[in-house]
Design a protein around this ligand. Structure first.
Ligand SMILES: [Zn+2]
Length: 411
């Protein structure tokens, strides 16, 4: 959706800008009485209302009514476009079966692959929109969407087109990720090497040339691709100018974090089994650690990501829903923040930075959004809460008052 060209001032807010200085040590969160001026969708100035009214006398004023204002939230890891339903597998897991066992028996990702291959573009869009709308109602203004349930060229392209279509039908920014190395496609069950070669020589070049993907992602795990295979696949992706991301160290330590860092990845995601060397590698490379507490919760995992070590090393931590039909059927970024706090021990400021500034960096869009600073898009959320901690504390609340995307008020 296109933003209009008027000038607007969001006045009378208690603002957490999300800029690096806005999270003090010890989790103090600096909230200031500020106004925000937007022109042509971008933030023109942040300051005192009297000053902004002098600068922009013709601006339309929106009164935030003394409410908390934050950057629009960013869900930087989702599989929100998919078909099918895996609630039956949930019942099997409740009965004691493991995720790996279900995957080996044709369930897991492969059951979603079958359903997604059979779905039209329209069906993919229509089934995703209610989940997208749930995120918008949580104040999300930027959403990452992965492919990876087609694993053939046509379906992967259709999934990415569905993601682009969602961006046209809703007031939000969508970044797309080609998850070509999600799992071995059924056609290549006995020939993983054949798929890796095809991915590198045919699929990645075609998808990169199509412009449908903003990044490339892989799943490094015993049920997916080996570190050696991921290394070759990443080289192909980077040769075609696709920034890379990695599902790393979720169920075992295959040193995926270090692998991602070696390839200059935007992010390494999951990280439950990442060791000290992996943490150091992320810190040195500036790779964002994306924590996905929804998958940890739904899979009843017990191994937590090394949050204290990541914090000590200064690795930026993002938090995302991992919204997917099997291991994290979660379409609330606020609930993901709560899970990150309760299950992983993040503080309030870390949760907020994790769904704003750090999430933007995980997508490579930190110059465009993720904090309320001049030059960035005026993407923000206005909340019916007294203090920022309520956004993390109140599970299941619906605290959003109003969402602005590119300077325009939404629902
Ligand atoms: Zn994922």
């Amino acid at each position: 959706m296109a933003a209009t060209t008027d000038t607007r001032i969001i006045a009378n807010g208690r603002v957490w800008t999300g800029s690096p200085g806005a999270v003090a040590a010890g989790d103090g969160i600096a909230v200031q009485p500020l106004a925000i001026a937007a022109q042509r969708g971008r933030i023109a100035a942040v300051g005192a209302m009297s000053e902004l009214q002098r600068k922009f006398p013709d601006a339309v004023v929106f009164d935030a009514g003394g409410r908390l204002v934050t950057p629009g939230l960013i869900d930087c890891h989702t599989h929100i476009v998919h078909a099918g339903n895996r609630a039956g597998e949930f019942a099997r897991r409740l009965a004691g079966e493991s995720y790996q066992s279900i995957a080996r028996s044709g369930g897991g990702i492969l059951s979603t692959v079958r359903a997604t291959r059979a779905a039209s573009l329209q069906q993919l869009v229509d089934s995703a929109l209610p989940r997208v709308d749930a995120l918008l109602a949580d104040g999300v203004t930027t959403l990452e969407i992965k492919s990876g349930y087609g694993l053939d060229l046509e379906t992967e392209q259709r999934m990415l087109q569905a993601a682009r279509t969602i961006a046209q039908q809703r007031a939000l920014t969508v970044t797309t990720t080609y998850l070509g190395a999600h799992t071995i496609p059924p056609e290549y069950a006995q020939d993983a090497e054949g798929y890796v070669v095809r991915l590198c020589t045919e699929l990645i070049p075609v998808i990169a040339a199509s412009g449908l993907a903003d990044a490339f992602d892989a799943y490094c795990e015993s049920v997916a691709f080996t570190p050696e295979q991921v290394g070759r696949i990443f080289e192909a992706a980077r040769a075609h100018r696709l920034p890379v991301k990695l599902h790393a160290d979720q169920l075992s330590n295959l040193h995926g974090a270090a692998l991602a860092a070696r390839h200059g990845a935007l992010s390494a995601d999951h990280l439950e089994y990442t060791d000290a060397a992996g943490v150091d590698a992320l810190a040195a490379a500036g790779t964002v650690a994306v924590l996905l507490p929804g998958a940890y919760y739904f899979l009843r995992e017990t191994q937590r990501p090394p949050v204290a070590a990541l914090r000590r090393a200064g690795v930026p931590m993002a938090v995302a829903t991992d919204c997917n039909p099997g291991t994290s059927p979660l379409s609330s970024i606020l609930a993901a923040m709560n899970l990150a706090a309760v299950e992983f021990g993040l503080g309030v400021g870390e949760c907020l930075a994790g769904v704003t500034r750090h999430a933007a960096r995980a997508l490579g869009v930190q110059d465009a959004t993720g904090s309320l600073e001049p030059g960035k898009w005026c993407d923000l959320a206005i909340w019916n809460v007294e203090q920022p901690a309520e956004l993390v504390h109140n599970l299941g609340a619906r605290p959003l008052h109003r969402r602005f995307w590119h300077g325009q008020p939404g629902e």
